[in-house]
Ligand binder design. Sequence first.
Ligand SMILES: Nc1ncnc2c1ncn2[C@@H]1O[C@H](COP(=O)(O)OP(=O)(O)O)[C@@H](O)[C@H]1O
Ligand SMILES: [Mg+2]
Length: 471
Amino acid sequence: MPGPFSGLSVKLIATITLVILAVEVAIYLPSVGNYRQSWLNDRLRIGIVAARVLDTVPDVMNIPAMLTDNLLNSAGAIAIVYRRNGSSQLIELDEAPMPREAITIDMRQTDYPTLIMGALDTLSHGGDRVIRILGNSDGAGDADAEVEVLMNETPLHDDLIAYSWNIALLSLLLAVLIAGVLYILVSRLLIVPIRRLTENMVAYRMNPENAALIIAPTPRRDEIGIVENELAAMETDIFSMLRQRRHLADLGLAVAKINHDLRNTLTSAQMLSDQVVALDDPKIQRLAPRLLHSIDKAVAFAQSVLDYGRQSGTPPKPVPVDLRALIDESAIDAGLRSHPDIAFANEIPDDVTVRLDPEQLARVFVNLMKNAREALEAMPDKSHGLKVTAAFAKTPTGYTISIADNGPGLPPRARDNLFVAFEGSARAGGTGLGLAIARELVAAHGGTLGYTPLTPGTRFDITLPAATLLA
Ligand SMILES: Nc1ncnc2c1ncn2[C@@H]1O[C@H](COP(=O)(O)OP(=O)(O)O)[C@@H](O)[C@H]1O
Ligand SMILES: [Mg+2]
């Protein structure tokens, strides 16, 4: 279970903060460029004013040094140059500083890349240079008048640094604030409900038979509300299904116990009647075989029900199998070999090898062949060549193994409950398990078991996918 600062919420806060910071950097770059530009423009303007003042003086050389120094200091400049109509005037500080590296900034270039690159250049190269600010003295009729202000870069650099710090602090504050607000919103809307769902699922899975753990949906109508409702419905279903399954399992257990006792009792009766048959009272000699037969049938019934209950759902273990040989063996187990009245024809080609579980498949064949034999044996007229046939045919998606007979066909009761356990039997002493089990086993191999009526007779087709056919 994720704690308060792990999982979804941390990823969320981190992502939001990163996005906000990225947006702020994108805004910062042009704005720092603009800031520097207007800072320089202010200085240039002072320079222009100073130049205009100078322009009114006929002879610059005669102005007292103190006056020009004042003028320059108020502009923060080292020197100001004023050019017009080919002539130029210069005033500079009395004690001009040592010449240093100088860079020129032309204020007439105002595109953003230049502004941003300029700001980054000032920020990174510190303030020890001299800058030459170049611009037009934009007075009327002075189109070609140019002013140049020379000054130290230090104050510009310091101001830019301070500006950047302010922005950085503000950005951080804003990012934290927005991330916080968004986080609170998102966590109320999403994270808390999702955590509630996760916790409920984990708890319910541990103990799905506890109805108190079924989630109570909130009245929300959005996706989370739908999930809550669906989860509640699913948990309710699982709860009732589990309860039903337990009841069925209990019932099955009871049936198995009763059946077990019944079989034991019947087995003792069987042994007793074996001895009774041995008595040579003519009445007993007449009745005893019928008694014996009934008891034998009852024992067989109890045994097959027990087998069905015990039959575990082990998945098939496919191995390469010679199909023709397997059919021959199954025919022997089904009592079809050298039968006095019934002929058995194995029409499977010699060279068919399949990859299937031989034990499970043999059970399918034996069940089908036994049914055919029982149906044929029950026919009153056995004169017209009774026959059971096993055949093989390829289909577009695989192949079919069919077991056919020329008997009476399925009785209506068997047809209506085809493949339903305990329901499909139309035979005294039958359980109705043979076909149901056969179908289950075929399905476990990815195949289908189908029934086709013949005139006369019955055919069952086992259709299997091509992947299980080796040759
Ligand atoms: N080849 C067949 N010919 C005629 N009837 C059949 C054939 N196979 C199955 N049946 C009928 O289907 C019923 C169900 O068969 P099955 O599921 O094997 O149960 P059981 O053999 O225990 O009765 C049988 O009782 C029988 O009446
Ligand atoms: Mg049967």
